[in-house]
Structures are given as C-alpha cells and as structure tokens.
Design a protein around this ligand. Structure first.
Ligand code: ARG
Length: 262
C-alpha cells in the first residue's frame, strides 16, 4: 500500500507520524481559479494540484485535494478538516495573525511561499470604461471573490475614493472568482480584481480570447503560500524541504511552463 511505497521516498522520514501512517495529506482548495486550480470533469487540475502531486512524491504520501469555498479554507485548516491549503492563497500578515476575512480568530496560519503573483484588473474586452488603475474604479461596479485579499483591496480602494472626494465603489462579493468573471462578461460589473496569472489565463482562454482583457499594469501582490496550521510546524518544514527539492530538480519550473505561468 501507500505506506510501504512511501517509506522509500527521499523525504518520508521528515513527515509527522500521522501522515506516515495514513499516507495522505489533505489539501483544501477552491477549484474555480484556472490556471491555479480548476475542475476538469470531476478532477481538480492546475498548478496547485500538480505542485501538490510533485511534493507528495518527494514525501512519499498522496496530496489529496478537496474542493471548497475559498472563504472557508482557513477555517478547514483550523478545524483539521484539511492539513494544508493550496489555492493561490496570498501570504500576508492578516492571515498569519488570524485577522483575515474579519474572522478575528486570533489563531493564524503559517505559510510556505511558492509563487510570486501580482494584482490584475480584469475588464470586458475593449475596456469600455477605460479602467487602467485602481483609482479608475471610483464610482464603478466591481465584482470580487469573497474572502480574498482582493475583496479587501476593493474595500480599501473605495474608502480612498471617498477620501479623494470621488464616488465610492459598488462592490459585490460572489463565492468564486469564476462568478465574478461572469458578472464582468455580462456587464453587471465593470471589473474583477484577481491574481495576474489568473487574469492573463482568463483573458487568453475565455471565448477564444474575445471576452476579457487585463487592464493596466500588474501591481505587486506578494507571494502565494501553502498554508499550514500553526500547530503543525513539522509538516510545514517537511513541505518546505519538498518544495526546495522540486525547485532544484526542475519539476517546479516544468509545471509553471506547462500552464503558461512562468
Ligand atoms: N490571492 C488571493 C487571495 O489569497 C485570491 C486567491 C483566490 N483563490 C482561489 N482559488 N479562488 O486572497
């Protein structure tokens, strides 16, 4: 079974006993965020699941991805429903300190950083409202995924708009970024804020490139991190070693190249 095969993997010895026994690390994700993760039939595909698979090989266990609402992923980590979150999740202070998504749990998570991202503004093809910067969003309608750093960014920008004597932003927060994209496409919203590699992918692929475009230049958004419960430092360190190993042997770069996110 998985255990006897796993024990010959290079980093198996680094894992906490629990995972050596079960042979499985459960990973929470929100698979409506191509190319990071998306559903293909009933399979979760993309950069995060492929990185997870490669990490699992180094560690001698299976990374089993489970689809869930992004807004609930950190909660699933706290409750032990999942062991890791890999979901294009931005590593920031709020999440480290447990202040994310207004939940004020005070608990916080640790991150193993693995990808550099930027903020993008996704608009309808032709950019009918001429949006180029966050300041251009004042007085406009923005759809942005619930529980994300971008929902926070939209709120902060709206406050800035008002401070600058401009109209605030009308913000709606659907459960998935895919839904926010639909709102932009239908004209119900003027823009969706999300991660640069995702916006580029969507602009390129949706309706053969005729539905969307990325407005303006990407703004630094900080790294994506693999989130781990603060009480699970041994798993965190094992994952970090496995990540270093897949970077060193070229597997990591191959995955990014395959998904056009290098
Ligand atoms: N990077 C942003 C954040 O951490 C958005 C991530 C959304 N991920 C997803 N799978 N929908 O808040």
């Amino acid at each position: 079974g998985a255990v006897s095969q796993g024990s010959s993997a290079p980093l198996f010895a680094k894992l906490p006993e629990k995972y050596k026994k079960s042979g499985v690390v459960k990973v929470g994700t929100d698979a409506a965020y191509a190319p990071m993760e998306s559903m293909e039939g009933n399979k979760i595909v993309g950069i995060d699941p492929e990185i997870g698979e490669a990490l699992g090989k180094k560690l001698g266990v299976t990374f089993r991805f489970e689809n869930g609402k992004f807004d609930g992923l950190v909660g699933s980590l706290y409750s032990g429903r999942v062991d890791l979150v890999m979901s294009g999740m931005t590593d920031n202070k709020d999440r480290q300190q447990g202040l994310d998504e207004g939940k004020k749990t005070g608990k916080g998570v640790d991150f193993v950083d693995y990808f550099q991202s930027g903020t993008a503004i996704l608009v309808k093809k032709g950019n009918p409202k001429g949006i180029k910067t966050l300041d251009d969003l004042c007085g406009k309608k923005v759809a942005v995924q619930l529980g994300t750093t971008y929902a926070d960014a939209a709120k902060a920008q709206s406050a800035k708009c008002e401070k600058d004597g401009k109209a605030k932003i009308a913000i709606e927060t659907p459960d998935t970024d895919a839904e926010a994209q639909v709102r932009v496409k239908s004209g119900g919203a003027d823009a969706d804020l999300n991660d640069y590699p995702v916006a580029v992918h969507v602009a390129k692929t949706a309706d053969a490139g005729k539905a969307f475009e990325v407005a303006g230049e990407p703004v630094d958004a900080g790294p994506f991190g693999i989130a781990v419960d603060k009480g699970n430092a041994q798993l965190r360190d094992a994952v970090k070693e496995a990540l270093d190993a897949i970077i060193a042997d070229g597997t990591y770069q191959k995955i990014l190249d395959k998904w056009g996110a290098s």
